[in-house]
Design a protein around this ligand. Sequence first.
Ligand code: UDP
Ligand code: MG
Length: 316
Amino acid sequence: MDISVVVPLYNEEESLPELHAWIKRVMEQHKFSYEIIFVNDGSTDKSWDVIEHLCSENPEVHGIKFRRNYGKSPALFHGFERAEGDVVITMDADLQDSPDEIPELYRMITEEGYDLVSGYKQKRYDPLSKTIPTKLFNATARKVSGIKNLHDFNCGLKAYRKEVVKNIEVYGEMHRYIPYLAKNAGFSKIGEKVVHHQARKYGKTKFGLDRFVNGYLDLISLWFLSTYGVQPMHVFGLVGTLMFIIGFLAAACVGIFKLIALYNGGEYTLVTDSPYFYIALTMMILGTQLFVGGFVAELVSRNSQERNKYQVEKTI
Ligand code: UDP
Ligand code: MG
């Protein structure tokens, strides 16, 4: 099979028939063999009935129904597990992404050898409150992930070589960082294609402004996991030790100042009068805590199922 289209959706009943007809038209025009996997993420409207109806009339349409709303990432994860096409395309269900982009995305993966091609909504039809933070968010994501050529990490329209989706685990709200997940899994040929974007036709957006807060926190976790996840002691131990050394030196200063004062027969001073006393106290406590934190993190990571999971590309 050439293409699997994975569509995560949450309360998008009005868009589904139109989206299906559009994808079908494009696929038939280009003579692709394909399947469409609709993942119903606990919709409370009639989305599932629409999907059941589409499935009964079209053998290439499949549906997965979650018992409740889990989020876009779990929906993508299950769609990826089910996908059988050589190229897997993800798109939003709200008709903001255009199925007309599919043939070119497919070509970039199969002919130009990309592992992943992300859509770039250069001209967006979203409110300013969303587009401005998005720019900032993408700049940070570029910096942290080291994928310098992507402008739109969170674009719903993306194409993947099948291998990629079978070897990454999209969990929590990590759908924003799939290119970063792919890069961490060793898929380095990541490209971008400017795609046409439309205003939402039906329904309303499912993500509020908290997406930016959560997005940043997720980015920090992902960065930490990919850099120090296996050896957390390397960072906690280092910072802890440095702090402890500063604390120790400060304590030494306190002692030396006191001795000098005593030797010179000057005024009797309390150690608590010295600023170094407080530096010593704080640094030594923080240093020890970081060190212990590092040990605990190390124990956790030793017990994690991921500790010996490496990506083997080929064995002969
Ligand atoms: N979506 C989902 N589960 C959720 C939230 C969203 O499957 O909990 C789907 C939604 O139906 C849509 C896609 O994810 O197909 C993108 O959502 P939306 O259009 O609301 O995001 P935006 O375009 O505003 O970034
Ligand atoms: Mg949308």
